[in-house]
Write a protein that binds this ligand. Structure first.
Ligand code: ZN
Length: 149
């Protein structure tokens, strides 16, 4: 397992970490397998979404801030309850297939570390496991369902 350090610059910020995660995958030497991503924080998360247009990440940041206002009402007295709720909604882990030594992502997809109580230095845990059989099907070319006759 490797730990990536993610430096964030805003309270709510989606940081594109696709290249860093891909570097870990490449350095692992794993050609086919699974990449596990885990965020060991209670006010940060990890997601996969469009990376082609940076406005999408900014829109997600704004939408989450509007959806979960900082003001509350909340019981937790650290002043970051909204950050905890956002982290719960987005989630602490992701799993991505690895084929040909690369992350299997859609054409427009990127991996985003999600900061909800920044700016801070954060950790992203990356584990690449070999030997798990994966096969990627394109929509419309799925194999027929198993026959139980
Ligand atoms: Zn807190």
């Amino acid at each position: 397992m490797q730990t990536l350090i993610v430096k964030t610059g805003r309270r709510t910020q989606l940081v594109d970490v696709t290249a860093q995660v891909q570097k870990v995958v490449a350095s692992s030497g794993v050609a086919a397998g699974i990449c596990y991503l885990y965020v060991p924080h209670t006010t940060a998360a990890i997601t996969i979404n469009e990376c082609a247009d940076p406005d999408v990440a900014r829109d997600v940041e704004g939408a989450l801030d509007r959806l979960i206002p900082t003001a509350g009402p909340f019981r937790h007295n650290e002043g970051n309850s909204d950050s905890h709720v956002k982290a719960v909604l987005v989630g602490a882990s992701q799993i991505i297939h690895v084929e040909g030594g690369k992350l299997v992502l859609g054409r427009w997809q990127g991996v985003f570390f999600c900061e909800f109580d920044g700016p801070r230095d954060r950790r992203l845990l990356v584990k690449v496991e070999a030997g798990i059989q994966t096969r990627v099907y394109q929509l419309g070319t799925l194999p027929p369902p198993p026959c139980f006759l």
